[in-house]
Design a protein around this ligand. Structure first.
Ligand SMILES: [Zn+2]
Length: 315
């Protein structure tokens, strides 16, 4: 059994009910939402989320609330020591977000650790941990904050497993801190996913495999170590379908929720097709089908009318 889904939208008027319906349409048994627009902090009241109908539909279709992943907006930067009001605002928002996550019935909140701007990673790590302590010490839910592995662009913290461990080490409620591993991000940060067993051993040694709550399954538009963070459709990037399939089906990761955040293709979400490919067995059949899908898209791009920009189709 694999637990897999994608980022789905969470918008008026159906909110969580709409998110569940969208997920079912992709053949998912898990999904990830933002509680509002990812780029801002405006949030409507949870009362409007249609929680009861969503819960009922989830029960009917076998989606365990444990498999709902909430992603905090990426404007939160707990590490901004140069602008303390930004870090404080992030902490306040996070406090409220934990309440929303609890009300929704989910138990995992993914958070980008933050960027230290110019203060240095050590200062940034301390700022993140201080604010996480402030938030978690005042919260008695059991929601786990899953710190995400980052690509290391700019001054991002979380570009290796050690930095995430350094944050957790300073947090009082350590059992409330988990990890979200993003395949595109760690590839861009320099980890070699073709040697995934080694990467996993390293993760286990530094963070402990028990702390791994979510895997963001994305291919990457850039070569390993590029520190870019540009997601690509499965099989169309520098990681490749076979490696990603191996991660999704890895026996040590069976209980970890996998979430796709791959880009839309020609104004359409690609998740139904990508999830179907990832569910396909045996691996050889899935790899063959994925290769054909890559070829088919290339051909479509070549056949595109002159003047149309075929590259735009992939964004
Ligand atoms: Zn993220």
């Amino acid at each position: 059994m694999i637990w897999i889904g994608s980022h789905v939208s969470m918008k008026a008027p159906d909110y969580l009910l709409g998110a569940v319906k969208e997920s079912i349409g992709y053949g998912s048994n898990a999904f990830m939402i933002y509680t509002g627009p990812p780029q801002n902090s405006r949030r409507v009241d949870v009362d409007r989320f249609r929680l009861e109908e969503a819960a009922q539909l989830m029960q009917e279709s076998g989606i365990d609330p444990e498999r709902i992943i909430v992603h905090a907006p990426y404007i939160i930067n707990l590490a901004n020591s140069l602008k303390p009001e930004t870090a404080d605002f992030g902490a306040e928002f996070l406090q409220e977000e934990l309440r929303r996550v609890t009300q929704i019935g989910a138990s995992t909140l993914v958070l980008h650790p933050g960027s230290h701007i110019k203060a240095g990673a050590d200062v940034g790590i301390r700022w993140i941990a201080d604010r996480l302590n402030q938030v978690l010490d005042a919260d008695d839910s059991n929601v786990v904050i899953a710190l995400e592995t980052m690509a290391g662009k700019g001054t991002e913290i979380g570009r290796n497993f050690e930095e995430l461990q350094a944050i957790r080490e300073l947090v009082n409620k350590k059992d409330r801190i988990g990890v979200c591993l993003d395949t595109c991000h760690i590839h861009d940060a320099g980890y070699d996913l073709t040697e995934f067993e080694t990467v996993l051993d390293e993760f286990d040694r530094i963070l402990g495999l028990d702390s791994l709550k979510v895997i963001h399954v994305n291919d990457s538009k850039n070569p390993r170590g590029a520190r870019k963070d540009r997601h690509e459709n499965l099989g169309h990037g520098h990681i490749g379908f076979e490696t990603l399939y191996g991660i999704v089906h890895h026996p040590r990761l069976e209980n970890v929720t996998k979430i796709l955040e791959t880009p839309w293709v020609e104004d359409r979400p690609p998740y139904r097709e990508e999830i179907e490919l990832l569910r396909m067995e045996p691996a050889s059949a899935a790899i063959e089908a994925a290769a054909q899908a890559v070829e088919a898209r290339k051909k479509t791009a070549e056949e595109a009318e002159p003047g149309e920009n075929p590259a735009a189709a992939a964004v």
